[in-house]
Design a binder for this molecule. Structure first.
Ligand code: GLT
Ligand code: MN
Ligand code: MN
Length: 386
């Protein structure tokens, strides 16, 4: 039961199961594991793929020879385990050089270096088979707006993405770029703080067709937003290129908890949405185990992410097949087709006819909706008594 299979496309970042449990108040609690060991760990727990930042795999100061040796060993581990690399990204936040951002740093040398680093990282990802390239601009922001102009920063970010789209085309990589929003942390304010903001920005790029989003549960929840709604908007725009699954208490720092650890209803609505629309991309768990975990517990964490997803998938099917729930939903919609004549494409005649239609507003306002009843049915379904 609830066994992960390749068709589920469950992936983890090297930085997730490899998280050593450092936080701003404490030293690491787990030994670092090599990328090769992490690939074997992921295979053992039943994942399909692994994603990485350039420097999760190749240290920032590695020589070209070291890089090639590391890549060869990593490929060997992929062959041995069948683990694939669907997504890659650049670390543009860890090194001190990015203390004022990467593509939006006020220092032109840093902006150029960020472009160079990203081109190299795109080469690395392509070499290992990645098709999605994520941009999470953790340092692209400010503590004080006295020092940086958001219009100028936006222009720099746009130019960088336009440049990198051309680079990808020029190299013949068939990358799709996925922008990941976060409202704050590590910067006090990060530019383009929500998935909705990213979607608006994409329309201003030279190659909007190449660029979509990578929404993360925790990041929208930090901002107090409804994650499923953000995902639905991205899906509707044809922009859901990737997704970062995890969990989070609302309004807190970026907790990156195990998927479904905290907001069970949100996790349900999300999985139901993804499965109902037939999302076919990676289901990437961008989460890490509690700092209290040892390596055995890290494996339980990884298995738990996948298992909860599959349990929610089953619950979604149950919801869709539940007679009482479906009857209530039909009753809620109350659609007898009589208003269809007014919807859809505008015509003068339609507008005239609609203006002439009389409505019993008071009676319409009397009509309640049995959402309490419906929601309780859902709760009982989720709690396993239905
Ligand atoms: C970092 C961040 C994540 C991003 C990763 C990709 S790195 O862990 O918190 O949300 O997805 O850069
Ligand atoms: Mn993420
Ligand atoms: Mn996060």
């Amino acid at each position: 039961m609830y066994e992960s299979k390749p068709e589920h496309k469950f992936t983890f970042g090297l930085w997730t199961v490899g998280n050593i449990g450092r936080d701003p108040f404490g030293e690491p609690v787990r030994e670092p594991m090599s990328p090769v060991a992490l690939v074997h760990l992921l295979a053992e727990v039943g994942a399909w793929g692994v994603n990485f930042h350039d420097n999760d795999l190749v240290p920032i100061d590695a020589t070209p020879a070291e890089r090639d040796r590391i890549v060869a060993n990593f490929k060997k581990a992929m062959d041995e385990t069948g683990i694939v690399v669907p997504m890659a990204t650049t670390n543009l936040f860890y090194d001190p050089v990015f203390r004022d951002g990467a593509f939006t740093s006020n220092d032109p040398k840093v902006r150029a270096y960020a472009l160079q680093k990203t081109m190299n990282a795109m080469d690395l990802g392509a070499e290992l088979g990645a098709k999605v390239y994520v941009f999470w601009g953790g340092r692209e922001g400010t503590e004080t707006d006295a020092g940086k102009d958001p219009l100028e920063a936006g222009k720099w970010f746009r130019e960088a993405l336009n440049f990198l789209c051309e680079y990808s085309l020029d190299q013949g990589y068939d990358y799709k770029l996925a922008l990941e929003a976060k409202p704050n942390e590590p910067r006090s304010d990060i530019y383009l703080p929500t998935t909705g903001a990213m979607l608006g920005f994409i329309a201003t790029l030279d190659h909007p067709e190449m660029v979509g989003v990578n929404p993360e549960v925790a990041h929208e929840h930090m901002a107090g937003l409804n994650f499923m709604h953000a995902v639905a908007q991205a899906w509707d725009a044809g922009k859901l290129f990737h997704i970062d699954l995890n969990d989070q208490k609302f309004g807190r720092y970026d907790q990156d908890f195990r998927f479904g650890a905290e907001s069970i209803k949100s996790a349900f609505y999300l999985v139901k949405f993804l499965e109902d629309v037939g999302y076919n991309g990676s289901r990437h768990f961008d989460a890490h185990a509690y700092r209290t975990a040892n390596m055995d517990d890290v494996k339980e964490f990884a298995k738990g992410c996948m298992r909860t997803y599959l349990i929610m998938k089953e619950k979604a099917q149950q919801f869709n097949q539940d007679q009482e729930i479906q009857t209530l939903l039909a009753q809620i919609k109350a659609d007898d087709g009589s208003m269809n004549q007014y919807f859809g494409v505008y015509t003068k005649d339609k507008a005239q006819a609609l203006k002439a239609q009389s409505f019993d507003r008071a009676a319409m306002g009397q009509r309640g909706q049995p959402y309490e009843q419906l929601d309780q049915l859902l709760i009982e379904l989720l709690l396993g008594v239905r």
